[in-house]
Design a protein around this ligand. Structure first.
Ligand SMILES: [Zn+2]
Ligand SMILES: [Zn+2]
Length: 315
C-alpha cells in the first residue's frame, strides 16, 4: 500500500498546468488533459493515454480535485490506442460516461478496427514501429455515449467541440471560447510525432497529424484550416508541449497554408486515395503501396537466393 502511495506521489509530478482550470499529464509520448468546470466544481478527463497512464491520472485527480476526484465524464478526441489505454482500468473504479463522436463509435465498441497504419509514410522510428501498435478496437459498450449534435460538451460549460476528421473519421477538438484555448487531439500536434527523438525531447513544432496513422489527408487538411481560423491563443495537443501566442498562431497558419508540402507524406497507401469510413466503421481501404526500391530489393534477394541454391545443388 505504502509503495503504491509513493508511486502515486512520484506520478504527481507528471502533470503541468496549461491554462486556468486545465492541466495536462504526459505519459511517455502522449498527453491527456484534466479540465475543471468552474460552475459545478466537477471535472472532465479528455483522453486516457496509455495503459500505464491510469495511475498518473488518478494521482493528479486526487491532488487537483479532492474530494471530487472522480470526473463527471471522460471525453475522447479519438480512439487510438494511445488515447484510450487507461480506460479499462479507470472504468473499473469510476462509473462515468465516456463521450465520443458518433463516427468514432465503431472503433470504441469493438465493431471495426481502424484502417491499417502506413509504415511507408513519414519516416522516423515511430513510423517504422507503427505496425506493432495495437489496432484492435476497444469495447466500451455500456459506458460509451455519443456527443450531442449541438456541439456542446456534457460537463464542460463554455466549451464546444469541433469536428476535425482526417486523422480518424470521428476525431474532435475541444475549444474554450473565453480564452481561445484549443485542445486539438491529433488533428495537428506540437512535435514531430513520427520521430522517436522528437517525441522524447518534445521539441517544439507545429506539425500535421501523425503520418503513419492518418488515412484521409483531404479531411485532415480541411480540419487544420478550420482550427487555424479559430486563431487560438493557446493549443495543447495529443503529442508535444502546449504552445501559446503569436509564435504558435504563425506556425499553425503556416501549416494550414502549406499543408500539402509540410504535413502530407510523399508516399504511402493513403496519399492518392483516402480510406472510407461510415457509421459502422471502415468501408474501404486502398491497396498498400510498396515503394519501388523495396520491390526491386525483394526481386534481387529472390534471384540471389535462387542462384545460390542452384549452385549448391550443382556442386
Ligand atoms: Zn491518433
Ligand atoms: Zn496520438
Amino acid at each position: 500500500m505504502e509503495n503504491i502511495t509513493n508511486m502515486e506521489e512520484m506520478a504527481d509530478r507528471a502533470w503541468f498546468q496549461v491554462a486556468p482550470g486545465v492541466w495536462g499529464i504526459r505519459d511517455l509520448f502522449v498527453n491527456m488533459y484534466l479540465v475543471r468546470n468552474e460552475r459545478t466544481r466537477s471535472w472532465v478527463l479528455v483522453d486516457a493515454g496509455l495503459r500505464t497512464s491510469a495511475l498518473k491520472i488518478k494521482a493528479a485527480a486526487r491532488q487537483l480535485f479532492a474530494p471530487h476526484f472522480v470526473p463527471s465524464a471522460i471525453v475522447l478526441t479519438h480512439g487510438h490506442f494511445d488515447h484510450v489505454g487507461a480506460l479499462p482500468s479507470l472504468l473499473r473504479e469510476w462509473e462515468v460516461p465516456v463521450y465520443a463522436h458518433y463516427l468514432e463509435a465503431p472503433y470504441l465498441t469493438g465493431r471495426s478496427a481502424y484502417p491499417p497504419p502506413d509504415p511507408c509514410a513519414g519516416g522516423g522510428l515511430m513510423t517504422m514501429m507503427s505496425w506493432t501498435f495495437p489496432k484492435d478496437p476497444i469495447d466500451l459498450n455500456g459506458h460509451l455515449l455519443l456527443l450531442p449534435e449541438d456541439k456542446t460538451i456534457p460537463g464542460l460549460d463554455g466549451w464546444r467541440y469541433i469536428e476535425t476528421p482526417g486523422h480518424t473519421p470521428g476525431h474532435i477538438s475541444l475549444f474554450r471560447e473565453e480564452d481561445k484555448l484549443l485542445l486539438a487531439g491529433d488533428a495537428f500536434v506540437t512535435t514531430r510525432a513520427e520521430a522517436l527523438s522528437s517525441t522524447i525531447t518534445q521539441a517544439k513544432h507545429v506539425s500535421g497529424p501523425p503520418k503513419y496513422f492518418t488515412p484521409d489527408w483531404i479531411s485532415a487538411e480541411t480540419s487544420v484550416k478550420k482550427l487555424a481560423e479559430l486563431q487560438p491563443e493557446a493549443v495543447a495537443t495529443g503529442h508535444g508541449r502546449p504552445l501559446y501566442g503569436a509564435g504558435m498562431q504563425h506556425r499553425l497558419q503556416w501549416l494550414a497554408e502549406h499543408f500539402k508540402t509540410l504535413a502530407k507524406p510523399r508516399c504511402g497507401r493513403y496519399v492518392e486515395e483516402a480510406a472510407v469510413a461510415g457509421v459502422n466503421g471502415v468501408e474501404y481501404v486502398p491497396a498498400a503501396r510498396i515503394p519501388k526500391w523495396l520491390v526491386l530489393a525483394g526481386v534481387l534477394t529472390l534471384v540471389a537466393t535462387g542462384a545460390l541454391l542452384y549452385n549448391r545443388r550443382k556442386s
